[in-house]
Design a protein around this ligand. Sequence first.
Ligand SMILES: [Zn+2]
Length: 339
Amino acid sequence: MQRIEGVYSMAGRSDVRHATAIVSDVGGIRILAHDNNIELRYSQLSDCQQGDILPGLPVELIFPDGDRFIPNELSVRWSHKGGLLAWLESHLVAVVLAAVLVPLCMWGILVEGVPKAAQISAPYIPQTILDQLGKSSLTTLDYFLDPTKINEDEQAQIHTDWKAAREAAGLGDHYRLLFRSGGSPNAFALPDGTLVVFDSLVRDLTPDELIAVLFHEAGHVDLRHGAQMVVQASVTSVIYGLLIGDLEGLSEVVLSTGISLSQNAFSRTMETSADSFAHEHLSKAGMNPSLLGDALNALPGATRETNNWEEYLSSHPDRDKRIDAAKAHQDNHDEDAAE
Ligand SMILES: [Zn+2]
């Protein structure tokens, strides 16, 4: 029990009465008139509000009907045991754990759960949706890209080479090879099977190296990396939307898939598996798996740490690691051939 001296002021009245506030251990508050000890009111602290804490002024207690008790002491604070505050105080460990675990779980879901779920669900996305995604992505990307300057004969030759390699490797004809003029040497795959090659890439690589890059891009298509990225981006925005309480922006996110596809990098795991896909199919086509490594070496900036190729896929594993992987695959290939 606590006794606090002060004044009691009734709502709408200018006069005040000197009074004593008696706060019980269970959170009841009794206001007694100073002169005759008559009970002026009784209330629960939890129903009242604490006034603003202002320097040099006592902190008043405001009753639900607007009556106020103003303590004489500046140091008085109005907290009620038995309410939420008391529960929080007595469950401090739980509160701290929740404060740490909830963000940790969210982080786990976003970083581990969502990609895993996307990977599992990607194969079940209908082709019609992938076609739609590919189409809208290309439309978006074409705002930034120029038409190819490669002449028709050369384009036809690349198409013929690619068809021969693809058939030799046992791959279907569900890809669509397009040429565009962009900045740095680049190639990318869209979820519908569209493979876009930049003029500068054609210029910098030998025809065989170009095929190696096409196998890598075909790997992104067949392993459904684009579809996975779309699911991942959408689910992540739903989660953020739920957290922030704004789901209105969601349709915008889904509609701007073209942009998100071109801005989001495939994960390193995806790149590594697309590399393996390329190595495997180069072998099947009777070509040297190290061609992919050669392609990376042939590009400008090969000695630099940053990977100029597929600039929009910014998180490629280190170029050297990829070249080593190609070499290792080649060694296996040689051993197989020797057997
Ligand atoms: Zn890639």
